[in-house]
Design a protein around this ligand. Structure first.
Ligand code: 8YV
Length: 333
């Protein structure tokens, strides 16, 4: 049966989510994972009513110029620095993301990185796998840094930052945070978190987690100057976006012991990783997997599909995409 709408899915997705989409719309789904060029995106998007795209697909005014058919771009992520939302809005194209469903899993992973970097889990495992333990181990070998009872700093206190903060209670950690705007008092109380200026946060945090969205103002929010304010015993965790940290400056600070350790899930220019970071034993590095639990990635894919279908007038939310980034477009359709 021919369908009234056709959509493109730019990266391989769970079959059950594709099957769900196919109940309502014609689906063309990529079978392999790869970054698409602007020309490829332009061509793919010219022939569909909507698309589910990934973070490596950059949708800007050039890619959508002259496109009269496209009605919705559903981003498979909560962060949407890969989308030029004002350009989409100007073109009357709806944009959606996948908030909330990944908060808790991403918060878990931020803690995994903090604990792994503070307690040297990855380097100890490398040492063990290399057969070194057979040679014995001193009582004062493999000393790490305590997490319990220390002051946790959180830069960026949106929904994921708050989920991280709530976990700090179990670790007996007071929480300081900095955010452009202060949270309402009831949320501060629930998170047991106190707002401070950014410099004070950097100076007072025993360990610091970055949970900022990436935008022009946050580019290198942590660079040489900011790293110099941090405690030399601090662990720095980034589960937000590459580009928020100046990776070259961080590599120098880690090598010189001016910051004790780092847990990094995101990198400037990923999938490339700064070679100096790759050489450091006090950096725990992972390939942008903070949201990657089986349940959460399924929930993200399902939410992206729900957004796409709703934007095209299908399914239970028809006409009301659950996580619309540019509601001002709706009046135009
Ligand atoms: C990615 C993320 O979506 O949601 C975000 O903003 O960065 C991640 O959850 C995920 O890595 C898939 O690319």
């Amino acid at each position: 049966m021919s369908k009234s709408h056709n959509v493109w899915v730019s990266r391989p997705l769970f079959p059950e989510v594709l099957d769900h989409l196919a109940q309502y719309v014609g689906v063309q789904a990529e079978a392999t994972e790869r970054k698409h060029t602007a020309a490829e995106l332009r061509e793919k998007l010219a022939n569909v009513d909507g698309a589910i795209i990934g973070l490596s697909d950059r949708i800007d005014s050039d890619v959508i110029a002259g496109n009269r058919r496209l009605r919705v771009i559903a981003n498979l992520a909560v962060g949407y620095n890969n989308l030029d939302v004002p350009a989409l809005t100007a073109a009357g194209i709806l944009a959606t993301n996948t908030p909330d469903v990944l908060n808790e899993t991403t918060a878990d992973y931020a803690w995994a990185l903090l604990l792994a970097a503070a307690r040297r889990v990855s380097s100890a495992e490398r040492w063990l796998r290399a057969g070194n333990w057979r040679g014995g181990m001193r009582f004062d070998d493999w000393l790490g840094l305590d997490v319990y009872g220390k002051t946790l700093g959180i830069l960026g206190m949106g929904r994921i930052g708050q989920a991280i903060a709530r976990r700090a209670y179990g670790f007996g950690m007071p929480v300081l945070y900095h955010n452009r705007s202060r949270l309402p008092e009831d949320i501060e109380r629930e998170c047991r978190a106190a707002w401070v200026e950014k410099d004070e946060l950097l100076k007072r945090a025993d360990h610091l987690m970055l949970v900022l969205p990436y935008n022009a103002q946050n580019h290198h929010a942590i660079g040489k100057v900011e790293l110099a304010l941090m405690k030399p015993t601090a662990v720095l965790v980034n589960i937000a976006r590459g580009g928020i940290i100046d990776d070259a400056a961080l590599a120098v600070a880690l090598r010189e012991g001016r910051v004790a350790a780092a847990g990094l899930d995101v990198f400037e220019g990923e999938p490339a990783v700064h070679p100096a970071l790759r050489e450091l034993d006090n950096a725990v590095l992972s390939p942008h997997i903070a949201s990657a639990s089986a349940d959460t990635r399924r929930a993200m894919a399902q939410l992206a599909a729900d957004n796409l279908l709703a934007a095209l007038g299908h399914g239970p939310d028809a006409g009301h995409p659950p996580s619309l980034l540019n509601p001002e477009v709706r009046g135009g359709h």
